[in-house]
Design a protein around this ligand. Structure first.
Ligand code: SF4
Length: 905
């Protein structure tokens, strides 16, 4: 079936009114206004930024803007399945409930595990946590947010006494100095980055320091870029702490809100680490400049993200940053503090309900015996978990070792996202019962599911999410549910009822869960827990429907505050003595083998996680059609690797070797001996699989967060004899070549292939495949074939038409450079006339090279940018003025700087 045959259906309530909801992607949590589209539109709805939402004030990035393109019902789960057989909901729910009960009976409560997700809504999270900790009686629930921000959580708890992100987005633009560390904000949280851009153009004195091993789109605005060597952040921030101490910037008499018991040791460690600053790889004068800027500005905001968290010393790294803010009182003041920017739309919601294995519930710790008893009463249970469960990596280890016998995975794809890929695969294979509730019909993990439960997707489900600044916003449904898809909270509650917990899970609607969650936050809370939204404990369905975005806390008895609110201005922290703590930390970086590369991972601007949503958009798939590894120019020259060539990455010992072929992108924005790969590809669209194959399951000892940023690999060129593109209308399942990637294009798919065969042999094989493949049967009745091959040049191109419509095109050459680039994504649509199509398809190969969109909002081509640079336009602003690029959502402004770099300007 094609996309058009499976349209999303707009819910009745959208007929007359616009609906305000929240973007399902990153932790910025932008507000969105959804309107019904006109009947001529290709998409069911029109998406705009919500002008009144304080996270984005109407702005959206390219991912948010193009959400309408991702709403088709292709690859959706229609009905529950047990062992690949479609079942009624009642049968599937009975089956799951009885299997969980049986496992508890035979093997104990620790034999059951839940692995949940930052894609769940808070209400889903709440009932999942309640079922596991309150009624199964185990702590074995952990979330994929463990992979992105659990080190920040641990560090907040150590320093502040509770997991509190103290700031609001409005604080960022009030700062005089912004330090961006371990975050490519311009690509990963674009709307926040644009707010910094606007403020900087209003107030040029605002200084931006970017600390990142790579030059990224975020360094474009930077006044100072510190190209730190991977893993050296503690050294840098301990060096800063020592500088502040040595230069008299720490006045202990003023630190009335800080418990100074750890300060002396912290300063000793800092003095020792400051001797190692050369190991950061940052020029001495740049370090000095950064330290002076930090010391001499009172309003400093340090923003950090995965580059800090995803390390085996992630918790210490965060505390290293917090220490510097605490000892200089650069926290709790307007425009001052530290800010953990979360990756997922509702990572914060999971933290609020306590769906991390080491928290009990609602910011209540396992160690708090009084609250433990109160919670048991509140939930009406006598089986409340008494100890922490397995954190994500340990959870899958426990599955692999046979301790966990029933694993329920909700709204996440761990086979792609977890480290230790092979072990995860073995765990899923071995586990006696794997239950997956998800909205998609296929992903890498679903191949191992025994029970599949269809969940509603964004646009269909209702609830709340909390963004990075603690702002709780409604997600409201505007699409009719597809097939038999149900809300996650409903699925979990129905299983719980069938397990015997009827009264405790008899929720009639999602607002009732939110109200209970709010009441729990106020349980025995006399201001001693920061997370308190008890003001909503009696919220009605109508009030919930109209709920405006608000930040926590919102305690009962106080009027609801819509305006921004930040923590610690009153010097009150949440340790027992009400003070914050300085934590003594120490750098622990081992020198690595010089022949081995350090592999860093991260995101591309236009894709989200494993592409299950953004991969449906032809527009979003244009910028990075294939996975690439970024390599420094000097390393590439030494290894004789050319730009665009396929390279082989290898890791592991002689027994277990992991290999990976992917495209080289040679750049001078990458450090030598370090590589970078985006995380978005998986076995579903790339026959080499996912990059997490290289990530060992090494975790931070405190947070349990895996160290995604520092894998060790070797690199060498891979010789191919032919490169190909195969354009088809439908996805294909066959593995056609050593290297194979699928890209969504308008009206179909483009496969990028590479083979050791000669171009002729490869072309003939692909031609046979197209003609004989069952899905392409209609081609056998084709009424036209256009063959534009030139065997002398080893260039082959053949297009098949049925009734004037192109059905498939095969392009094979000996070099990648002879194949089209971005143009291919419009092959089905580049012209309305068949004659036009024929002309272009029969033109010579070079003509097919052109046309690659740079700025999607305003449809500006790469060629326009390159021509502007060639004609002497050499600044970001002048290129914007000349070409208009970057003047829409602004997402590509940083890319103009990268393009200038690439052109050696
Ligand atoms: Fe969505 Fe994040 Fe983009 Fe906002 S910045 S539109 S939340 S992806």
């Amino acid at each position: 079936m094609t996309d058009k045959e499976l349209p999303a259906t707009v819910a009745k309530k959208l007929l007359n009114n616009d609906i305000n909801t929240t973007c399902p992607y990153c932790g910025v949590g932008c507000g969105i206004t959804v309107s019904r589209s006109s009947s001529q539109s290709a998409y069911p709805v029109v998406i705009n930024g919500d002008k009144h939402h304080r996270a984005n004030f109407g702005k959206l990035c390219i991912k948010g803007k193009n959400l309408a393109e991702t709403l088709d019902n292709n690859n959706r789960l229609k009905a529950p399945q047990i062992y690949n057989k479609v079942q009624k909901w009642s049968r599937a729910l009975d089956f799951v409930a009885s299997k969980i009960n049986k496992s508890i009976e035979q093997h104990g409560k620790e034999s059951v595990g839940f692995y949940v997700s930052g894609q769940l809504l808070t209400e889903d999270y709440y009932v999942a946590n309640k079922l596991m900790k309150g009624f199964i009686g185990s702590g074995n629930i952990d979330t994929n947010s463990r992979l992105c921000m659990s080190s920040a959580v641990s560090a907040h708890k150590r320093a502040f006494g509770e997991d509190i992100v103290p700031m609001s987005y409005s604080d960022i633009t009030k700062a005089d100095l912004i330090v961006l560390v371990g975050s490519n904000l311009a690509w990963c949280h674009p709307v926040l980055y644009q707010q910094i851009r606007e403020e900087k153009s209003r107030r040029p004195a605002l200084t931006l320091v970017v600390i990142d091993p790579r030059e990224t789109a975020s360094t474009e605005l930077a006044d100072l870029h510190l190209p730190i060597k991977a893993g050296q952040d503690i050294t840098l921030f301990n060096g800063l702490l020592n500088y502040l101490h040595q230069h008299g910037y720490i006045n202990t008499a003023l630190l009335t809100s800080v418990d100074k018991s750890g300060l002396a040791q912290a300063l000793i460690n800092a003095a020792q680490d400051s001797q190692l600053l050369a190991a950061t790889g940052i020029p001495k004068h740049a370090i000095e400049q950064f330290y002076q800027l930090f010391a001499n500005n009172s309003k400093v905001v340090t923003l950090f993200s995965q580059g800090i968290n995803q390390s085996k010393q992630g918790t210490d790294q965060v505390n290293g940053i917090i220490n510097c803010h605490l000892v200089t009182n650069k926290i709790g003041q307007l425009g001052s503090g530290i800010f953990s920017i979360t990756g997922q739309p509702n990572a914060m919601g999971g933290r609020e309900v306590g769906a991390l294995a080491n928290t009990l519930a609602s910011h209540i710790e396992f160690t708090d015996t009084h609250l433990h008893a109160a919670l048991a009463t509140f939930w009406q249970t006598n089986n409340l978990a008494k100890s922490e469960g397995y954190k994500a990596v340990d959870l899958f280890d426990a599955v692999e070792s046979g301790k966990i016998k029933v694993l329920w995975i909700m709204a996440t794809n761990p086979l792609v996202s977890m480290p230790g890929h092979e072990k995860i695969k073995q765990a899923l294979k071995k586990c006696p019962l794997v239950i997956v509730s998800d909205c998609v019909a296929s992903n890498d993990t679903l191949n191992y599911a025994d029970v599949i439960l269809p969940a509603q997707t964004w646009g269909e489900k209702s609830g709340t999410v909390t963004n990075s600044e603690r702002r709780i916003s409604r997600q409201r449904s505007f699409l009719s549910p597809f097939g038999q898809a149900k809300p996650d909270w409903w699925i979990i509650s129905e299983v719980a009822k069938r397990m015997g917990f009827c009264s405790q899970f008899s929720y009639e609607s999602v607002d009732k869960i939110f109200a209970e969650h709010a009441r729990l936050s106020g349980l025995n809370n006399k201001g001693n827990r920061a997370f308190d939204i008890s003001a909503f404990g009696a919220i009605t369905a109508q009030q919930y429907q109209r709920l405006q975005p608000v930040q926590w806390p919102q305690p009962e008895g106080r009027a609801i505050r819509i305006s921004d609110q930040s923590f610690f201005a009153d010097g009150h922290y949440y340790h027992k003595n009400n003070q914050a703590k300085v934590i003594a930390i120490k750098s622990d970086v081992q020198e690595s083998n010089p022949d081995i590369f350090t592999l860093n991972t991260g995101r591309n601007r236009d894709q989200w996680h494993t592409q299950t949503r953004t991969g449906k958009s032809a527009l979003l798939s244009q910028r990075h059609p294939e996975p690439e590894v970024e390599i420094n120019q000097a390393d590439a020259e030494r290894l004789k690797i050319s730009n665009g060539q396929l390279v082989n990455l290898e890791a592991g010992d002689n027994q277990i070797k992991t290999q990976f072929l992917l495209r080289a992108r040679i750049t001078n924005t990458q450090r030598q001996k370090e590589l970078f790969i985006a995380i978005h590809w998986s076995a579903s669209n790339f026959n080499q699989g996912c990059v997490s194959k290289f990530v060992k399951a090494t975790t931070d000892a405190i947070s349990g967060q895996p160290a995604f940023k520092h894998s060790k690999v070797t690199l060498k060129p891979w010789q191919t004899n032919s490169e190909a593109m195969l354009v088809v209308k439908n996805l294909i399942n066959e593995n056609l070549a050593t290297y194979q990637v699928a890209q969504k294009i308008t009206g179909g798919y483009c496969y990028y292939l590479a083979s050791e065969e000669t171009p002729l042999a490869f072309f003939e094989r692909l031609n046979r495949f197209v003609k004989t493949h069952p899905q392409q049967l209609y081609i056998q009745q084709q009424n036209m074939v256009l063959n534009a091959s030139d065997p002398v040049k080893k260039y082959f191109r053949k297009s098949y038409f049925v009734q004037g419509e192109m059905q498939a095109t095969i392009l094979v050459a000996s070099h990648k450079d002879d194949l089209p680039q971005g143009w291919i994504s419009q092959i089905f649509t580049f012209t309305n006339s068949n004659e036009g199509k024929l002309n272009v398809l029969s033109a010579d190969s070079k003509r097919l090279q052109s046309k690659r969109t740079f700025c999607h909002c305003l449809n500006i081509d790469f060629n326009d940018i390159e021509q502007a640079i060639a004609s002497g336009t050499v600044t970001v602003d002048s290129i914007r003025a000349k070409t208009n690029a970057g003047n829409g959502c602004g997402s590509c402004i940083g890319d103009i700087m990268l393009k200038l770099k690439q052109c050696g300007v």
